[in-house]
Write a protein that binds this ligand. Structure first.
Ligand code: SF4
Length: 507
């Protein structure tokens, strides 16, 4: 039997159909296909779990994957007073299974066990602040485990969540790596809400019939979308990216499942900005160009510097001075156009890629400052570059003046489009991988070995961690340089196309 685990139970709160399909996949042994970057993130989470376990000397791992065998071993270990902690214990209650990261024997309470959930996700800003959401996502998994353990008659003497501290430094060794929060109050509160829904969830997930589909904001990233009735709806309203939940629910309640169903006057311009643009574009089947498009684009000053950074992002820092979860810059590409009429041969290109094995951020910014002139716009395609330049200005006093001046010259092409242009083929997305082939047909990333940011992060990590041979390392560097250069050349072409669009419009 495949049991309802915490992932499936928690997903059922969002979409019963999706959870039912996940449960069936578990029964049939169907494994989700993961990208290289997703696997990398899962491995990182596994490493965090290992480090957390090291804090519980004498703890024993339940390595069994078979549920019944794992539950049997857990029972035996709990009966052995010499075992102070159990990792990945298994508890089965009816159709549900819980596998808490760590349970620790509580010597103060007869037969008492403390439940500890380990998180590898960041959540807080200061060491004294409690998690922002007191009943939110950080405690749901602990609450599910608590529910099943109680069902099994375990006396749970405490509940806590261990997070990786954002203040941890590599040079401190393993000290201060984790911060733990007692969260019995939050878990109990969530558990009350789980008790109300567990019956209907178990009934629906153990039934033979597939639950009906009901559109939610999670549909856009759902792995079952293609075979779901929701996919038959043309231009579904979940394409309104980052729409607030209340407004989304209201639209569904009003009966608007497709953007095309939304009546005139529902959105106003400019107050509803992107939503208005998207609806107009879907209704007319044509791109929406804002009245202020041309003027806003004329804010770009020549020469134009098209800049893109790549970073190495790991849960734990790999160099001294780095922070957990920090995006450590390792690469940039810079294309320079002196004027709009600059011919392709006259577009200049500069690039930088870090040497593996050490923190090269200072050299990266010194090189950048040398290659970026003192006037003209710096064109980027996200707010990441601006953030990195601001942080570098704080970190490197000798570059501060130049970097602060650079911040003032940044023109974010993505932000410009979100405010001024929408093409129906964007399908609610503004990533450069989506907008480029729509606006510049024939140009994309398909011919590259590295074709997205996730792959670049993994490749940079493999380089930095010395996981590649000399030959593989040289090839990886070449591929990364090609990828980053494509990003900045894509911005050059997008900008050219947007200027053309602006010229076709009356000022
Ligand atoms: S596409 Fe939407 S409705 Fe269909 S299974 Fe996925 S989340 Fe549920």
């Amino acid at each position: 039997m495949a049991y309802i685990n915490r992932k499936i139970f928690l997903e059922a709160r969002n979409c019963m159909r999706k959870a039912w399909l996940m449960a069936r996949d578990r029964i049939n042994g169907v494994r989700e296909e993961l990208t290289e970057h997703q696997e990398f993130m899962i491995d990182s989470g596994g490493r965090i779990n290992e480090l957390a376990r090291e804090r519980f000397a004498g703890g024993v791992l339940v390595a069994e994957t078979d549920a019944a065998a794992a539950a049997e071993k857990t029972r035996a270990l709990m009966c052995d007073p010499a075992v102070p902690a159990i990792f990945d214990a298994a508890f089965i209650s009816g159709a549900m299974i819980a596998r808490p990261d760590i349970i620790e024997r509580d010597d103060e309470v007869v037969d008492g066990w403390r439940l500890i959930d380990v998180k590898s996700a960041p959540y807080y800003k200061t060491s004294v602040k409690r998690p922002r959401s007191r009943t939110g996502k950080y405690f749901t998994e602990a609450a599910f485990n608590l529910m099943v353990m109680r069902d099994c008659g375990v006396s749970v003497a405490g509940v806590s969540v261990m997070f990786v501290s954002r203040h941890y430094r590599l040079e401190r060794g393993s000290g201060g790596l984790f911060t733990a929060f007692e969260c019995a109050f939050e878990a109990e509160k969530l558990l009350k809400s789980f008790e109300k829904i567990r019956g209907p969830i178990i009934d629906a997930l153990t039934a033979d019939e597939t639950p009906a589909a009901a559109m939610t904001t999670i549909c856009k990233n759902c792995g079952y979308y293609e075979n779901c009735p929701v996919s038959e709806i043309k231009d579904p309203v979940f394409l309104f990216n980052s729409i607030n939940q209340k407004r989304f629910v209201q639209m569904i309640e009003d009966g608007y499942l497709s953007i095309g169903d939304i009546p005139d006057g529902y959105f106003r311009y400019p107050a509803d900005g992107l939503y208005y643009m998207m609806r107009e574009s879907v209704k007319t089947g044509k791109p929406f160009v804002s009245p202020g498009f041309k003027k806003a684009l004329e804010a770009v000053r020549w020469p134009a510097y098209y800049l893109d950074f790549e970073s190495l992002a790991t849960v734990l820092p790999i160099y001294r001075g780095g922070l957990p979860y920090e995006h450590m810059l390792v690469q940039y590409s810079l294309h320079i156009k002196e004027s709009h009429s600059c011919t392709p041969d006259n577009i200049r290109h500069f690039e930088y890629i870090a040497e593996p094995g050490r923190d090269c951020r200072r050299e990266l910014f010194e090189s950048l400052v040398e290659n970026i002139g003192e006037c003209g716009s710096i064109i980027v395609y996200s707010d990441f570059e601006k953030l990195c330049i601001r942080r570098a200005a704080e970190r490197y006093p000798h570059l501060r003046e130049r970097l602060c001046a650079m911040q003032e010259r940044i023109f974010d092409l993505c932000e410009f489009m979100r405010k001024n242009y929408y093409h129906p083929d964007f399908k609610g997305l503004f990533s450069i991988k989506k907008t480029l082939p729509v606006l510049v047909p024939g140009m994309n990333y398909d011919d590259l070995s590295v074709s997205n940011g996730g792959e670049a992060i993994v490749k940079h990590y493999n380089l930095a961690a010395g996981k590649l041979s000399v030959e593989e390392g040289m090839r990886a560097r070449r591929e990364l340089l090609e990828y980053c250069a494509r990003d900045t050349m894509a911005m050059v072409r997008l900008h050219e196309r947007l200027i053309e669009i602006g010229c076709c419009r009356k000022a």
